[in-house]
Design a protein around this ligand. Structure first.
Ligand code: NAP
Length: 245
């Protein structure tokens, strides 16, 4: 991939009708990206996001796909539709990541049910890897591709009450390293970004409970800028970055 291709070839951002994913789409559109593909569970939210993105840049094509990452069928339908519409992404931001902590509060390991374990592992690990299997085949064939995995700093501190989130986000380190060692010879770049607390709707309760977190919290746009920086890395010697923001 040559410099600038991030803006000229389709970029897929998962979970991007709001939050960090939306900020990333917004930044790309503002930079002149020609084709953005965003996913989410709620079609109405996706439609609003599309309208907001297109109001910023008439020239950008914005495609929306309803895809719940907890559903294998939705993932398969997404890739079938991308193939059908010849919208295969050259760059992908794997942004979806669920954390029951923000919905239900802290839960120590001994209080977890099998269903809660299964849900977090399925969305954050199994289906993330499953999506990557679909993406890596064409990237390998084209000898080009950019992948950004969105991690978190929570696991670095072993934040109490969110063990499954910590487990799933820490697993991205090994996943990123494996992708780099298996596919860097095929022109595929993979980087991992670990945001700290981000000032957004998801962390509203957390920040209300711990106002001291505001001092070090970052904005969604700061995270988006870090993602954009990683997407623009073209030097093979810089493949496999792990960045904390
Ligand atoms: N916020 C933070 O402080 C923080 C810190 C570190 C890391 N992160 C990571 O950054 C990523 C984005 O976080 P965020 O704060 O922007 O989260 P968010 O606000 O919860 O993300 C919202 C977006 O994800 C979509 N989404 C949620 N569940 C989905 C699912 N199962 N399948 C498909 N789309 C789904 C939402 O749309 P629908 O509701 O319509 O599905 C929406 O577009 C996550 O991986 C998170 O772990 C966040």
């Amino acid at each position: 991939m040559n410099p600038g291709t991030v803006l000229t070839q389709p970029v897929l951002i998962t979970g991007a009708s709001s939050g960090i994913g939306f900020a990333c789409a917004e930044l790309l559109v503002n930079q002149g990206a020609e084709h953005i593909i965003i996913t989410g569970r709620c079609p109405e939210k996706l439609a609003v996001a599309k309208q907001a993105l297109q109001s910023k840049a008439d020239n950008s094509r914005v495609d929306i796909y309803q895809c719940d990452q907890s559903s294998k069928e939705d993932i398969e339908r997404l890739f079938a539709e991308l193939t059908l519409h010849e919208s295969w992404p050259a760059s992908v931001v794997m942004n979806v990541g669920i954390n029951y902590f923000h919905e239900y509060g802290a839960k120590k390991l001994h209080n977890l049910t099998f269903e809660q374990i299964e849900q977090s592992i399925t969305v954050n690990i199994t289906h993330t890897v499953y999506m990557l299997t679909q993406l890596l085949k064409p990237m390998r064939n084209r000898q080009a591709g950019k992948l950004i995995l969105i991690g978190s700093q929570g696991w670095l501190h072993g934040l109490a009450g969110q063990a499954l989130y910590n487990l799933s986000k820490s697993s991205l380190v090994g996943l990123k390293n494996s992708i780099v060692s298996e596919y860097q010879a095929n022109g595929v770049f993979c980087h991992l970004l670990h945001p700290g607390v981000v000032i957004n709707a998801r962390t509203k309760k957390l920040r209300r409970k711990h106002p001291e977190l505001e001092a070090t919290a970052v904005s969604e746009m700061q995270v988006a800028e870090a993602i954009f920086g990683l997407l623009n890395i073209e030097n093979a010697s810089e493949n496999g970055q792990e960045m904390v923001i």
